[in-house]
Design a protein around this ligand. Structure first.
Ligand SMILES: NC(=O)c1ccc[n+]([C@@H]2O[C@H](COP(=O)([O-])OP(=O)(O)OC[C@H]3O[C@@H](n4cnc5c(N)ncnc54)[C@H](O)[C@@H]3O)[C@@H](O)[C@H]2O)c1
Length: 440
């Protein structure tokens, strides 16, 4: 059992805290947001994440998991302090480290001499951040402590599974006693033999950025391939299967769509471009990845405008899906929001449905010109078209007869390629998707 503090109780912090408690540790999660802490203290989750509630309830009940807004109280006796704080994009694309440095400064006055403490950076941070955190703390505290980089690779929607059984754990550490403690902490999570990879702090920090940048590159590459398929009359689904069977390429993350979103890829690609620039290196591929992603966000809008010859003023359009991907209520940088904003600017009225992300969306874009429907079929009534923006599984096998009867005409713009072209043709839909010939 280790006594652990997790500072920042958002998507990463809450999952980290809960999963560490599940493996027998005593965990206190600290957040400055009173509302979040109160809700969690009252036994109600603040995010939607499959499998999290059961672990959260169990560990709260067994007193291994607690929440506070008070950093002093939350760090009392802690052997390991995780930082799971936001690192958003600054205006110039760099990662904003204000939250990290503020907490590091507070910790410098809270660490105690009779306890060796490891500060673990779980936030995605630029190369050199561990050194800076070390410097901030050692300017005021002269006891035994170490700063370790431990980037998080969980996927929202699979966060519990990914944390409990990670494909790998990366730890950037140069001090032996800290390496030993981190190794002990993670052993229960890698019993099936997945590796704990130790490296220096800088390489560990860079590993996280390169990992996300590579995945974003895969997405943009397939999105460009899809656009080329449309011009050539080829079908990207077939091309995808054709290339994915080559093990050097692999068959995952090859699905084209409406551009990547979420709280990580957009900001992490920007931050890596910035880091490269600051070091006199032009990371050309990444600039293209970003540019392609911007273009891809507009793909569905352009298809709609083409179909209606630019005239969508006053027309009702139904949108299925708001979350940036299925199985999460996270709407940060969600492509659906871009589509909705643009359709509103073009004068359309919007009716939306998402199984879990509607409350978060209301907080961001409000109710004006948007109807939030309580079932997936409700938005379709009298709409001229359905737009699919998130591939929730309940959208995969809908009542097509009902869809047809509710829409003004059987017109679908599918940004996620949910359905087979031939089947949609048979069902009588005018079906536009991404990188595949249009069905009429
Ligand atoms: N969300 C993901 O899927 C994911 C995956 C891997 C890595 N990351 C990285 O992890 C970090 C956290 O991401 P997230 O999605 O969990 O962010 P988040 O915004 O969901 O959560 C951050 C939390 O930190 C709290 N906070 C801010 N300042 C604080 C302070 N001074 N003291 C205590 N709490 C404070 C906020 O109130 C918020 O609840 C980021 O660097 C992100 O890039 C995120």
């Amino acid at each position: 059992m280790k006594k652990i503090t997790v500072v920042g109780t958002g998507y990463v912090g809450l999952v980290t805290g809960t999963c560490l408690a599940e493996n027998g540790n005593e965990v206190c999660c600290v957040d400055i947001n009173k509302k979040i802490v109160e809700q969690l203290q009252n036994g109600k989750l603040t995010i939607y994440e499959p499998g999290l509630d059961a672990l959260f309830q169990k560990n709260m009940r067994d007193n291994r998991l607690s929440f506070t807004t008070d950093l002093t109280q939350g760090t009392k006796g802690a052997e390991i302090i995780f930082l799971a704080l936001p690192t958003p994009s600054s205006a110039d694309g760099s990662a904003d480290l204000t939250y990290i440095f503020q907490v590091a400064d507070q910790l410098a006055t809270l660490l105690v001499h009779d306890q060796a403490t490891i500060i673990v950076n779980k936030s995605t941070v630029p190369v050199g951040t561990a050194d800076l955190v070390k410097k901030i703390i050692s300017s005021k505290f002269h006891g035994k402590f170490a700063v370790v980089s431990n980037p998080e690779f969980l996927r929202e929607g699979f966060a519990v599974e990914d944390f409990m059984k990670p494909e790998r754990v990366v730890i950037g550490a140069s001090i032996d006693w800290a390496k030993e403690v981190m190794s002990e902490l993670y052993q229960p999570f890698v019993r099936q033999g997945n590796p704990i990879i130790f490296m220096d702090e800088r390489s560990s920090e860079l590993t996280k950025y390169v990992s996300n940048a590579f995945l974003a590159t895969k997405i943009s590459f397939m999105n460009e391939t899809a656009l080329l398929c449309e011009k050539l009359g080829a079908n990207v689904d077939q091309v995808r299967i054709g290339i994915g069977s080559d093990t050097r390429i692999g068959n995952r993350f090859l699905f084209p769509g409406i551009g990547y979103g979420g709280s990580c890829f957009p900001k992490d690609v920007k931050a890596l471009i910035y880091t490269a620039q600051q070091n006199n290196y032009d990371f050309k591929i990444l600039s293209a990845v970003e540019q392609v992603n911007q273009i891809q966000h507009a793909v569905i809008i352009n298809k709609i405008l083409d179909y209606f010859q630019g005239r969508i003023q006053g027309k009702k359009i139904a949108v299925w899906g708001l979350a940036f991907k299925p199985n999460t209520d996270d709407i940060r940088e969600a492509p659906a929001l871009y589509i909705i904003k643009r359709l509103k600017e073009l004068g359309a009225s919007i009716s939306v449905y998402d199984p879990v992300a509607m409350e978060n969306t209301k907080k961001i874009i409000g109710n004006e010109d948007i109807e939030y429907a309580s079932t997936m079929y409700q938005p379709l009534k009298s709409a001229v078209a359905l737009v699919v923006a998130t591939e929730w599984s309940e959208f995969r096998n809908p009542d097509f007869g009902k869809i047809k009867s509710l829409l003004v005409e059987p017109l679908i713009f599918d940004g996620r390629n949910l359905w087979e072209l031939q089947a949609m043709k048979k069902r009588g839909f005018i079906y536009h998707s991404v990188g595949r010939p249009n069905g009429n």
